[in-house]
Design a protein around this ligand. Structure first.
Ligand code: PHE
Length: 521
């Protein structure tokens, strides 16, 4: 009776598209390419792929297994299987909720730039009125127009609401089954245009050739090896939507006949491929346009909101009559990426309420849960929307400490910065030391073949490699905070390693002492 209001995927392909949709998001487009270029090109890619296999793949299959076995979202699942780490489920619901406060706003920006390019294509505004829609002017105008931002934020959230409120297979699954292939095709169109622009090769060299970013003057100094690991790991984590309860939730809707190993590999591979493709789509165009305008390499914005809405809008507005067409294709693809991630974030919070209702014997209708979750998100998102990346100056009291430029950064540092790496580290310790690891492995093997080699690999990763890698990632993030805070003579990296190391050691002992061998069954 308990499960009657829980949905399930229509097919494994539907599940895969939804999981890839969650993974492929803004992080792939505005984070990965720049981080790769800045942190050593191909070398970074190798570090990223290794981390993807030894950490990302392992955590992803564990999360899917925990979700599928318990048929619960993260709060219910961790509560059921762990006596010591029950509470990490809450971290995993807290982060998606907080991330939605700004993901919706960024989705709103995509809609606004889509509208701008649609208007330009329809009316030829530039020729008719003699105004140019360059990136920095439009971006500044948008950020200082809080009503517009608020309305588009709500519009974006409204679209997500409509998708989430349906059945899983008619809503999330259907959207991704159409959206993901469409995104892929659009990406190819943008790539073809981008790499054929004069000067595009400089962008490709920035992204792929080790050391080129410094040599050509894009950046002053390359990060150290440890920070490369930390940057690559943090990016991989965010990009694969890990430690956010998403894979637990999506796994809980999956049938036992499907192979979790194969599915996890496909998700990691697809997400990395799209990140590389996104880089080839955006970086060469951005660099080529910078060269054409005589901008110094160090001044070209290649990451974050400015890459999407300033640099690339410049590319489209200077491309001539066909520019708005490419603008429409590009912002639509970013919009699809943003929606498919946002709906997965909403789903985690929804699953929490649905599970809680079931557990209490008072089933909650999915539609109702989606509605109230979206209302709560609307409230936090409106604050971020009105702030306009700090343009409003309303929330500067948080910025005065120097560690957050705006409300969006503030929200981001708690979710992506603290809750995610911490949640993943604890989850690995729980699976590796508190639970009976073989139970988790048995679930991972369902629907596939069990081999000794895989078991050894998995145990090695979950017990040793993953927790240590998570500590390094976490240390890098803490170091980032301290660098911004400029705490006197303290060495930020050192502080990061001490704090992260201490957390790792403490929870390692917590996991190992007292009653162990909780079962996943
Ligand atoms: N993976 C998404 C991206 O790359 C972001 C995301 C993170 C989505 C966590 C859901 C959960 O942008």
């Amino acid at each position: 009776m308990e499960q009657h209001s829980r949905s399930s995927w229509g097919s494994n392909l539907g599940f895969l598209m939804a999981a890839i949709g969650s993974a492929v998001g803004l992080g792939n487009i505005w984070g990965f390419p720049y981080k790769m270029g800045k942190s050593g090109g191909f070398t970074f890619l190798i570090v990223y792929i290794l981390l993807g296999i030894f950490v990302g793949f392992v955590i992803m299959s564990s999360e899917l297994a925990i979700g599928r076995k318990t048929k619960l979202g993260p709060v219910g699942a961790y509560n059921k299987i762990s006596s010591k780490f029950k509470w990490i489920g809450f971290l995993a619901v807290f982060s998606p909720f907080i991330i939605m406060s700004f993901y919706t706003v960024l989705g709103g920006y995509c809609l606004q730039y889509l509208s701008l390019n649609l208007a330009e294509l329809s009316f030829g505004l530039r020729d008719a009125f003699g105004v140019s829609f360059d990136g920095s002017t439009t971006f500044g105008a948008m950020l200082t127009n809080p009503i517009g931002c608020a309305i588009y934020t709500l519009l974006f959230l409204g679209i997500c609401y409509l998708i989430n409120k349906g059945n899983l297979s008619d809503g999330i699954e259907k959207f991704n089954k159409i959206g993901m292939p469409a995104l892929f095709v659009m990406l190819v169109i943008v790539i073809i245009r981008s790499v054929t622009l004069p000067g595009a090769s400089e962008g490709l060299k920035f992204m792929f050739v080790p050391g080129y970013a410094v040599k050509a003057g894009f950046i002053e100094e390359a990060p150290s090896l440890l920070s490369v690991i930390s940057i690559a790991g943090g990016q991989m984590f965010f990009s694969l939507s890990l430690a956010m309860g998403i894979m637990v939730t999506y796994g809980s809707y999956l049938s036992s006949y499907e192979s979790l190993k194969k599915n996890s590999l496909i998700i990691v591979f697809s997400d990395t491929t799209v990140a590389l493709m996104a880089g080839i789509a955006v970086i060469p165009a951005a660099v080529a346009n910078g060269i054409a305008n005589g901008v110094a390499y160090s001044d070209i914005q290649l990451a974050g909101p400015k890459l999407l809405f300033v640099t690339l809008q410049d590319v489209f507005s200077e491309m001539g009559a066909i520019g708005p067409f490419f603008g429409i294709v590009f912002y639509t693809l970013v919009l699809i990426a943003a929606i498919s991630s946002a709906i997965s974030l909403i789903e985690v919070v929804v699953a929490y309420f649905v599970d809680r209702g079931n557990l209490k014997g008072k089933p909650v209708k999915r539609e109702k849960a989606v509605f109230w979750v979206c209302i709560a998100i609307a409230i936090e998102a409106l604050l971020v929307a009105i702030d306009g990346l700090g343009a409003s100056g309303i929330f500067t009291f948080w910025g005065t400490a120097g560690w957050n430029d705006c409300l969006l950064d503030f929200m981001d540092c708690w979710s992506e910065g603290v809750a995610m790496p911490l949640g993943a580290m604890l989850m690995a310790l729980m699976v590796g030391y508190e639970l009976n690891t073989d139970d988790v492995l048995a679930e991972i093997h369902k629907g596939g073949k069990q081999t000794k080699a895989f078991d050894t690999f998995y145990k090695l990763c979950i017990r040793f490699i993953t927790p240590v890698a998570m500590a390094i990632i976490f240390a890098g993030i803490i170091a980032g905070f301290f660098t911004n805070l400029e705490l006197g003579g303290l060495d930020a990296e050192m502080v990061g390693y001490i704090i992260a190391g201490a957390v790792l050691v403490i929870f390692f002992f917590v996991a190992r002492t007292g009653k162990n061998q909780n079962r996943l069954q």
